[in-house]
Design a protein around this ligand. Structure first.
Ligand code: R7I
Ligand code: MG
Ligand code: MG
Length: 349
């Protein structure tokens, strides 16, 4: 499809849901042999599956809140979004939320709350969470705002409702930027795509709070930029093992150890790979590869799925996968409304 086409919007939103649902199988597993990944993915073609048997987790539950809030308010409204997060959690607390964020979601339910950002600031002795919970749900921001500076501004604020540490919210900004660029067709030129992300993040991380957090957590001066440079190095190598990717980029629950990893998965799978079935297209390769890394598989596959889906579009998503995953069909429908909002923001559809 063309730049910011409806197919890309659907691909992004559905890709995220698929990653979450399909990746849930291996979340927290240390090592996942590719053989097991392929068995799991093959089983989705099975007739006995289907009708949303793979349930979505907090990643999708919160992304749905983001979508509904952005659509209802026709833009970012922190009060409304916070309320939706709190309500969703109280109605379905068993979706596998991070153990820290539960505190925030409970506090956000309180009617006496004057500052919706305060509960997030109270996390982890006042430093805030660096988990990937802000990034896992951020794709809809890139689908609602055509303007790059809006994507950066609102994805940051949206993440700060639960993640006030810069290593948390800047991961969300990076993921939103990746989806934004992919939607524009920027993955046609992978090296330039990465170059743009680096240029943007150099600016994003050039901030007092980010420098302080990085120092306190003994990370590089600009942690996300450093990881993006590592991705560049990995892409230049002719062969990269799963172990090397995990060692260089991580597969954990911190945004720093998962957002760059998800971006790498997409870039690595733009071309056929020996370890992956020949019959697989790029989106299927991205999913399989994300799961094979182990660790926070639902979230890494969810984030990679959003970026890859925005690149390849909805047409390449296997019908059997759509059927198996709870909320996938619904995501395809709501993507149309985001597409309309996005183009309305550009001054008339
Ligand atoms: O970031 P968050 O919403 O969790 C998202 C993850 C995804 O993988 C989902 O699929 C779901 O499984 O959870 O939730 P948080 O509780 O804010 O952060 C996640 C975890 O990161 C926390 O429970 C901590 O273990 C760790 N963590 C920290 N640990 C020490 N110090 C996050 N921030 C800190 C910190 O500052
Ligand atoms: Mg989850
Ligand atoms: Mg997860």
């Amino acid at each position: 499809g063309g730049m910011a086409s409806l197919s890309r919007f659907k691909g992004a939103l559905v890709g995220a849901v698929l990653g979450d649902c399909v990746g849930g199988e291996f979340e927290g597993a240390e090592e996942v042999p590719m053989e097991n990944v392929l068995l799991h993915l093959n089983s989705l073609d099975d007739d006995t599956k289907g009708d949303g048997t793979l349930e979505y987790s907090d990643d999708t539950a919160m992304a749905r809140c983001v979508v509904q809030s952005l659509l209802t308010r026709a833009g970012f409204d922190e009060q409304d979004m916070a309320r939706r997060f709190a309500k969703e959690y109280s109605l379905a607390p068993g979706r596998g939320y991070g153990s820290g964020v539960i505190q925030v979601l409970k506090k956000l339910s309180s009617s006496q709350l004057s500052d919706v950002y305060q509960p997030a600031r109270d996390q982890f002795n006042g430093r805030g969470s660096f988990g990937n919970g802000g990034a896992m749900r951020v794709a809809p921001f890139a689908l609602a705002f055509p303007d790059l500076s809006d994507v950066k501004k609102y994805s940051r604020s949206g993440a700060m409702l639960t993640h006030s540490c810069s290593l948390g919210y800047n991961g969300a900004v990076l993921q939103a930027l990746a989806v934004h660029l992919s939607l524009q067709g920027a993955l046609e030129l992978p090296a330039q795509f990465l170059g743009k992300l680096i240029a943007e993040m150099e600016e994003v991380e050039d901030e007092e709070a980010a420098r302080n957090d990085a120092r306190a957590l003994k990370e590089a001066e600009k942690p996300f930029c450093e990881r993006l440079y590592r991705i560049r190095d990995l892409m230049d190598r002719s062969k990269v093992s799963i172990e090397e990717v995990i060692c260089e980029l991580g597969n954990g629950i911190a945004a720093l150890h998962s957002v760059p990893t998800a971006i790498f998965c997409v870039l690595h799978c733009l071309q056929p790979r020996e370890s992956l079935p020949q019959r697989y297209g790029g989106l299927e390769r991205t999913m399989a590869y994300s799961l094979a890394l182990g660790g926070d598989t639902d979230t890494i596959a969810c984030m990679a799925g959003a970026i890859a889906g925005a690149h390849y579009g909805i047409e390449v998503i296997p019908e059997a996968w759509m059927k198996c995953c709870e909320g996938a069909k619904e995501a395809e429908v709501t993507a149309q409304r985001l597409h309309a909002l996005y183009h309305q923001g550009q001054g008339g559809a």
